[in-house]
Design a protein around this ligand. Sequence first.
Ligand code: PA5
Length: 425
Amino acid sequence: MIQIDLSGAQKFFTKAGPDYAAASRAHEMLTSGSGLGADFTGWLKLPKAILDTELDRIVAAAEKIRSRSGALVVIGIGGSYLGARGAIELLRPVPGKGDPEVFFVGNGLSADAFCDTLEKLGDRDFDVNVISKSGTTLEPAVAFRIFRELLKKKYGAAADEHIFATTDARRGVLKTLADSNGWESFVVPDDVGGRFSIFSAVGLLPMAVAGIDIRRVIDAAIREFDALDLRSSENPAWQYAAARQNLCSKGFGVEILGCYEPSFRFMAEWWKQLYGESEGKDNKGIFPASVEFTADLHSMGQYIQEGPRNLMESVVRFRRSRYSCPVPNSEDNADGLNYLSGRDLAEICGVAADAVREAHIDGGVPNLVISCSARDEEGLAELVCFFELACALSGYMSGVNPFDQPGVEAYKKNMFRMLGKPGAV
Ligand code: PA5
C-alpha cells in the first residue's frame, strides 16, 4: 500500500490540522452513494467487475495483436488515453523484445504531430484501438477516419479485423459503427467516467499489448481498493486528501507533483487530468502541475525555492528501484568523484531527494512524500487506486462533484460553430 509522509507539511497546516472527520464523511458519501455524481462511482468496483466480464477477452485480443502486428495505434483523448500512456511509459519505457510499439494519436489536432507518428509507424503491420466513451469527440473521431482509410488501403477487406473499439455499451456513433462493421468491441461502463477508467479495457487493452501483465495489475488493484477501505486517519488516501485541503485553505493553491523517475512523466499527466478535471469547478480547486526531478531542479527549481509561496509539493518515490548502477572507481580521480565510487545511482538519487525536500521545506513549500513499493504492476495498482480514491474524497471535502466536467463543453461549442458543424450555434 502507498505510504504517506506528512511531516514535511506539518508546520504549514492550520492549528487544527488535517480534517479527518471530513475525510471520513467524504468516504461514507462515496461508498453509500449519497454524494454528488454517485452514478459515476463504478470505478471503485471496476477491478472486480472486469475480472468477471471482459478481462479474458482483453487478454485474448492483446495476444492476437501481439502475435501479428509490430504496432498498436491507440486513438483517444483525455481519460481515453492518459491512463494507458502513463502506465506503459512507467512500466515499459523501452518496449521489450517482440513487443509491439504503442502509438497514441487523436489526442490533439496537430497535423504535424499526426504525420510524424505516421512516419514513425512506417510500413509496419498494425492494429487500431479506437477509444471514446461518447463516440463523438472530434480529435479521436478525425484521427480514426484517417486511420480507417489507411487500414483499408493496407488490408483491403480484412481492414475491419484490425479495429478494436472501446466505447459505450449502447450509445454513440462509435458503437453504431462497431456493430455495423463487426469490430471487436469493449465497454466503458456507464458508471465510470473517462478519467477513472484505467482499469477497464480503456487502459487494459493497450497495456496488455505493450506487455504489461494486466492480470497482476487487476489482482493488485482488488487488494488495494480493499485495503484503502480502511476508515481511519491511517488511511493514506484520507491523509493525502485532508492534507491537500488543509494546505489549500492556507493559500497553497498550486500542487506540484514531482518524481525522480522520468518514466513517471505521463502518470503525472494522468494525475493532472484526474485532479484538475475533478476538482477545478465552482471557482474552487487546487491547480495541479508537475515536475520531473532532478532535471527540473535546473529549470523550475529556482521558482519552487523562491517564487510566490502558494506551492505545495507532493513527491512520488519508489521504495525499490528496478536496476542497480554503481559509479565506477577512477584511478586518477581527475573528476574528483571518487567519493561516490561504488555507490549506486539509486542511492545517490535518494540522497538528492532528501536534500531537495529539506531545501524546499526551508524555502516555505509544504512537502508530502507519497511512497510506492516499486515500479511494477503492483506499484501501478497502488498508485492508481490511491490517487483515484483520494481525488474523490478531496473533491467531496471541497464540496464539488468530482465526477462531472461541464466546463469542457465551452470550447467545443465555439469550435463546432466556427467549423460550421450543421446545427452548431
Ligand atoms: O475524463 C473524461 O471524462 C474526459 O477526459 C474524457 O475521457 C475525454 O473528454 C474523452 O471523451 P470520450 O472518451 O467520450 O471521447
